[in-house]
Design a binder for this molecule. Structure first.
Ligand SMILES: *Cc1c(COP(=O)(O)O)cnc(C)c1O
Length: 391
């Protein structure tokens, strides 16, 4: 448990020793690869890509894409052009799509980095087509059709007309795609409506590979895997089937050392705004993690949350689930360790904030958010250790 002298034995890890940081974040690249293989096998014969936007959901884009490419992943999706450039530097040979598509004037940057824009409007199609015509090269791009999100993408009714348009002859439509609204709810009728609407798009673009599934989509009974699936969250250990057991392996572990053990007497309060009051004598452990590390302040243990009977944040201390006490501060939070036998826990001991059976899904729920936000907020000042996989 007392593991602050950890060797920084992997060159991808942070340079400073764990004892100099607040939280210690361990990223298991072997688990990431195992998760990708599970999804690949489930979606086969469809190709399994990997969504690595937002710094691979907070895990670090370069180590993540290198590990996945080594395992056989050939296609990656990022949100921004800048993320695509970062991914390209790490995996020179891979196919990389940029979900947010073509901002005006960015076509040369796509060509230079060998990235594929996902075109979501007629203006983008015209701009990419014109750029390819001038360049004299039919560069590849994807076309995004909207089947329910109403954020990006063309309408399925436009598919026939677009498939026949002159601009399309100037570039290579390498993929047509759409995105599920609620695939984590298998019984939601919107899934079937989206699958059907996308069927019309596939008919219009009979020669282009098609893609519809995010993580949860891969597990739908309809198996709408088509030619390529695009998991993100499940790769990083999130549960793609929230109603049932999680088939994925945890990838992220977050620990922090106890910097002080103290006692609050009956009636004393803990933290900013005195939002938590000791009922009886309570033993508290203070740890150096807070909202500046991306740990959600909404996980604070406040009177309001107690009255609403909603769970606040928790940590695992010596194998026991212990609730937070009071507000999550910028750099600190307090844990009520009264249930841990006195003497079993000491200064410098590590507590678990994510890991063991405290999953990213549960951490999200306890903070009134989703595990996706927990991952993508993981702090920059944690000591990071990458384990598993090859360097
Ligand atoms: C983020 C994203 C994904 C991955 O979704 P997960 O639920 O994380 O698997 C797939 N497709 C699109 C268009 C996305 O924006």
């Amino acid at each position: 448990m007392n593991d602050l002298s950890l060797k920084q034995d992997d060159p991808r890890s942070t340079a400073f020793p764990a004892g100099q940081a607040g939280g210690i974040l361990t990223i298991d690249l072997a688990a990431l690869i195992a998760n990708w293989r599970l999804l690949r096998d489930r979606a086969a014969p469809a190709e399994c890509a990997a969504v690595v936007k937002a710094d691979a959901y907070g895990l670090g884009i370069a180590p993540a894409v290198r590990a996945l490419a080594k395992a056989g992943c050939r296609t990656f999706f990022v949100a921004h052009l800048s993320e695509g450039v970062a991914a390209r530097a790490a995996v020179p040979g891979a196919t990389i799509y940029v979900l947010n598509g073509l901002l005006p004037g960015t076509a040369p940057a796509y060509r230079d980095a060998g990235l594929r824009p996902i075109l979501g409007s007629l203006e983008e199609i015209v701009e990419w087509g014109g750029f390819c015509r001038n360049a004299g090269r039919r560069l590849p791009a994807a076309i995004h059709f909207d089947t329910g999100m109403n954020r990006l993408g063309l309408r399925p009714e436009e598919a026939q007309e677009i498939a026949a348009s002159a601009d399309l002859a100037d570039f290579e439509p390498a993929l047509v795609m759409s995105h599920f609204v609620s695939s984590e709810e298998p019984d939601n009728p919107i899934n079937a409506r989206q699958i059907e609407a996308f069927g019309g798009v596939r008919t219009a673009f009979a020669h282009a590979p098609a893609s519809l599934c995010n993580s949860s989509g891969i597990f739908l009974a309809e198996k709408p895997h088509l030619d390529l699936v695009r998991p993100g969250y499940a790769l990083y250990g999130g549960n793609p089937t929230p109603g049932g057991a999680n088939p994925m392996r945890p990838v992220v572990r977050l620990e922090a050392p106890i910097i002080q053990l103290r006692t609050a007497e009956d009636g004393e309060t803990v933290g900013y705004n005195a939002q938590w009051t000791a009922r009886g004598r309570r033993r508290l452990a203070t740890i150096p993690v807070g909202y500046a590390d991306g740990y959600p302040r909404a996980a604070s243990a406040t009177e309001a949350k107690r009255e609403a009977r909603r769970d606040a944040g928790a940590a695992i201390v010596r194998g026991r689930r212990c609730p937070f006490a009071g507000r999550v501060s910028m750099d600190l939070l307090a844990i009520d360790v009264t249930e841990v036998p006195e003497g079993a826990v000491g200064r410098g001991d590590l507590v678990t904030l994510i890991g063991d059976d405290l999953t990213i899904d549960e951490v999200g729920r306890r903070a009134d958010t989703i595990g996706y936000e927990v991952l993508t907020s993981l702090g920059r000042r944690y000591a990071r250790r990458y384990v598993g996989g090859e360097t």
